[in-house]
Design a protein around this ligand. Structure first.
Ligand code: MN
Length: 229
């Protein structure tokens, strides 16, 4: 038995729909600007320049239900509803034709973003972590196994705040589809079981306030429903 100077932290994990077994999380990759209309709203040309990625800590993933706390240091907390891919089989240099064999399942997540800190980081050429990788920044639904729901490549993705539609898109509009995202990540780092990939958000990102209720989902995958505390 390894001796530790203090007890190791609990394993970060996310629920699996219809099961008591949980999905142990290794890393959280996030794709930047992956829907053309969102790229445009962020002032960027949506042409297929290579995808880029940032990361969040595994324990930033919290249930997308109940209450998620409003983080410190921001006055501009934005929602980004995203399809989440859960990797079950690792690999490097994964061929896009084989990429879906590495997917264990799917969920629906929200890439919560301190937009003011992210904008400051962009302006100053600094890293994005303070804007993106804070505590509880990655609410996620229970996962659905791919052997139950298949591999969705189209279907609505939407988010409402207090019942008002804010974001609306379709998975078919992803600039980089799931197999291509897996190909790109695995060329840079070997993917491993437990990795999650947040695949980018459609247009309509905007600020939320304490007390706001966020509901949303991806057709055929899952829904989210939580309040900002
Ligand atoms: Mn995002």
């Amino acid at each position: 038995m390894t001796d530790y100077v203090f007890p190791p932290p609990p394993q970060a994990s996310v629920a699996v729909d219809g099961s008591t077994a949980r999905f142990a999380i290794r890393r959280v990759f996030c794709v930047g600007r992956n829907y053309a209309a969102h790229a445009r709203e962020m002032g960027k040309d949506p042409d297929r320049e290579p995808p880029f990625f940032f990361m969040k800590p595994a324990d930033a993933v919290v249930p997308a239900e109940g209450e998620v706390r409003y983080p410190p240091l921001t006055a501009d907390l934005h929602h980004e509803i995203e399809l989440v891919v859960a990797i079950g089989r690792g690999g490097a240099d994964i061929d896009p034709d084989k990429a879906l064999d590495h997917v264990w399942g799917y969920g629906v997540g929200v890439d919560l973003t301190r937009r003011d800190l992210q904008a400051q980081a962009k302006d100053m050429g600094r890293p994005w972590e303070w804007g993106k990788a804070f505590d509880a920044s990655a609410p996620c639904s229970a996962l659905q196994p791919a052997d139950r729901i298949g591999h969705p490549s189209r279907g609505g993705i939407w988010l409402d705040v207090n019942g008002q539609r804010r974001q609306q898109g379709d998975l078919a509009d992803l600039i980089w589809a799931v197999p291509e995202i897996i190909e790109h990540v695995s060329r840079s780092m070997a993917l491993a079981p437990g990795d999650l990939i947040y695949t980018g958000t459609p247009a309509g990102v905007a600020a939320v306030q304490r007390g706001d209720r966020l509901t949303g989902g991806v057709d055929g995958v899952a829904r989210i429903d939580f309040r900002i505390g």
